[in-house]
Design a protein around this ligand. Structure first.
Ligand SMILES: Cc1cc2nc3c(=O)[nH]c(=O)nc-3n(C[C@H](O)[C@H](O)[C@H](O)COP(=O)(O)O)c2cc1C
Length: 146
């Protein structure tokens, strides 16, 4: 079964995790970037609100096609107890009929009510969620230096 990892990061910890998973699987790793460069403050306001409202931000054009893979690993940080808005843009890249494993990087390990809706949104794309798991990074909100 062919697999690919697609992720969004703001602070870099989801990137690290995505690259670890990709290396373990021998799978390609694709990064999705928002079109607008957010500041740290902009990640909270309006970012946190956009995450809670499941808003889809514009992203930079991507040079990969997830249709080529059977299983897609989606990685995203948690903002305001929901996946960061870029998760919703990743959903739009997801072809029907894929197996999907979701890994969500969060500073803490509080249980999240949003996980059920996160799964439902993937399944609404005609995909099967095989797993959704959280990674406690212990990382305070920060912006990655590029
Ligand atoms: C805007 C914003 C909101 C956040 N909200 C939460 C939260 O609700 N719960 C939590 O455990 N961590 C929260 N965090 C921490 C991140 O989830 C954590 O630092 C994660 O490792 C970031 O991943 P990244 O480095 O790939 O961006 C938040 C971070 C940011 C920037």
């Amino acid at each position: 079964m062919s697999a690919a990892v697609v992720y969004y990061t703001f602070g870099g910890s989801t990137k690290k995790e995505a690259e670890r998973i990709g290396a373990e699987l021998g799978a390609p790793v694709f990064r999705v970037r928002e079109a607008k460069n957010r500041s740290l403050i902009g990640s909270f306001i309006p970012g946190g609100f956009q995450a809670m409202k499941r808003k889809t931000p514009k992203i930079l054009p991507v040079d990969f096609d997830l249709a080529q893979y059977d299983k897609i690993y989606i990685g995203c940080p948690i903002w305001a107890a929901c996946p960061a808005p870029a998760f919703n843009a990743i959903l739009n890249l997801l072809p029907e009929g894929k197996e999907v494993e979701i890994f969500l990087c969060a500073g803490g390990d509080d249980p999240r009510e949003s996980d059920a809706e996160t799964k439902r949104l993937v399944e609404a794309r005609g995909c099967k969620v095989t797993q959704l798991h959280s990674i406690k990074t212990g990382k305070a909100p920060s912006k990655m230096k590029e």
